[in-house]
Every structure is written in C-alpha cells, then in structure tokens.
Design a protein around this ligand. Structure first.
Ligand code: PDD
Length: 289
C-alpha cells in the first residue's frame, strides 16, 4: 500500500506531497502540530490532542483550518488510506502562505494544514523492557513551551546531543538546576519515599496528553503523585525514573548522565504504570472508532 499525505484539502501520494515555499511554517516555524498514536486501528486520546491543538492555535492567534468534525474525518481517512493498524498520525497547521514579512499576514489568509500517517511496529508494553539512558542539557528554549509549536531547534539539538552521547533522550534543565522535560517527552521520577513526581503544567513544559492520562491512572492505582519540579541531583538519587509521550508511551529510565538509577533495572512502579497505560491505550483506541 503506497503512502498518502493530506495537503490543504487533497489526499496526494506521499512522495509528491508539497507545501508552498512561502508557507509561514516553512519560513518562520509559524505553525503548530500534534502527534496522535494509533493502536489497533483506533486513535489514542484523540480528544485531548485536538483540544491541545485548538489551544496552541488560539495562543498564537492562528485560525482553526477546519471544524472539529471535518478534522476528525480527515484523521480517520488518513489512518484508513495508509492502512495504519499501529503507528502515528502527524498533523501540522501553519498561519498560511503569504509574502515573507514578519507581522501576521492579512486576516483573510487561510491557515495551511498537512497530515501524514505512518505505520510502526506494534509495541507490547507488557513485554520485558530495557531502560533507557538520559543526558541532561541546559534548557535553552523560549518561555512558551506549553505551545506545541514546530519551532523545535533546541529540542532537536538536545536530542542529537543525547544520541551522540549514547543516550536515548535529553532532559532539559532550567537555570535553577530543575528538570523541565525531555526533548520530546515529559520527565518523571519515583523518590526513595515512593512518591511519584512530575513537573506541574506551566509555560515551562508541554502538558503531555500521555502525562495527563498517566496522572489519572496513578490516581486510580493509588500511586501517590506530587506535581512539582525536581532537580537533576534529586533525579540521580531517585529510586525510579521514566519518560512519557504519545510515541514512547511509558519508558523506564535506568541511567541519568553517569548515574545508574535504582538497581539499573526498570522500576516496579514504572512497569506497573507502563502496563496500566497499555490498557488505557487499548481501551481509548477501541472507544475512538
Ligand atoms: N512529542 N514534551 C515535548 C517537548 C514533546 O514534544 C512531547 C511530545 C511531549 C509529550 O507529549 P504527549 O504525551 O502529548 O505526546 C512532551 C511528540 C510525540 C513529538 O514531537 O513527536
């Protein structure tokens, strides 16, 4: 099955999909995006992702490219046309096409929307998993990290630095030595006292949809959660650590910089939450049909 992309109202072969050279997303990163996981052909937490998309657009005063019902239809078409059982849907909305000039273009300029869908191997979140390594790096981003903007240069540099150091993810650290979040994930620890900790939602982090799902799951499981920031030093002393995102799900961390976390194996609370998140994904995807 050949891949299909969606570009401003048309379904086109993926290899021929193009945007205009004066698309403001291309020239200014004047655009926002969402990534929704597909599980067994269903969408995981679609409503949360679409609500966040709406919020990102509103914060940047970009008009919605279409109504919610139409958007939901296009997302389903993309899953079907690309034969995605497991994978992701990516959507990006820019302020549109206009002669390059920094101020917003004329109000009549139509926002531009593109969408891709990609098949990925199905992960069994109940199977044994080896934990990942984290590299800590300074957070050099702007003060509106709550907006899911395609302006991702600091995130890309952080991720690349991590990969070159043999780590899977980078944890960005603010001026006070506190972890904000990963390059493309939210950051969590379990303290020696057994407290689950993740930074509270603010302009300093993207409020992950996986993060929100896991907060609800933790409450249901009776895992004590505190939403607060934590330092790199505290993370290195933690009993467990893990990251979350729509594509990483719940992924245990076993090393932060040169420091092994716990006994170097994925922690029991991390694995319990990972399994519960697998149930949540299956259930959410089933409901989305
Ligand atoms: N990244 N923080 C950042 C900076 C992110 O880019 C992401 C998601 C998250 C987790 O959000 P969610 O749980 O809603 O996926 C946190 C996506 C997956 C990406 O850029 O590919």
């Amino acid at each position: 099955m050949s891949r299909i992309a969606y570009v401003n109202g048309a379904y086109v072969p993926h290899r021929e999909a193009q945007v205009h050279v004066e698309d403001r997303g291309y020239q200014f990163a004047d655009a926002v995006y969402e990534v929704i996981a597909v599980r067994g052909g269903g969408l995981v937490d679609e409503a949360g992702h679409l609500a966040r998309l709406k919020r990102s657009l509103a914060e940047l005063r970009i008009r919605a490219p279409m109504r919610d019902t139409a958007l939901r239809h296009v997302i389903r078409e993309m899953v079907a046309r690309n034969g995605v059982r497991d994978g992701i849907v990516y959507m990006q909305v820019s302020r549109g096409v206009a002669r390059r000039d920094h101020p917003f273009p004329a109000a009549a300029t139509k926002p531009a929307i593109v969408m891709t869908a990609r098949r990925m191997p199905r992960f069994d979140l109940r199977a044994p998993v080896t934990g990942i390594k984290i590299l800590t790096v300074p957070d050099i981003r702007w003060q509106r990290c709550d907006i899911k903007s395609v302006s991702l240069l600091p995130n890309i540099l952080a991720k690349q630095q991590a990969r070159e150091a043999g780590a899977y993810e980078a944890w960005q650290v603010d001026a006070d030595g506190r972890v904000t979040e990963g390059a493309s994930t939210n950051a969590w620890i379990v303290t020696k006292a057994g407290e689950l900790v993740t930074r509270s939602a603010s302009n300093a982090i993207l409020n992950g949809i996986t993060r929100l799902a896991l907060i609800a799951i933790a409450a249901k499981l009776g895992v004590r959660l505190v939403e607060r920031s934590f330092t790199v030093a505290e993370a290195k002393e933690a009993r467990e650590a893990f990251i979350t995102s729509a594509t990483s799900f719940v992924l245990p961390v076993v090393q932060v910089d040169d420091r092994v976390i716990g006994n170097g194996e994925p922690g029991s609370i991390s694995l319990q939450l990972r399994e519960a998140y697998a149930d949540h994904m299956d259930e959410a995807a089933r409901r989305s049909a």
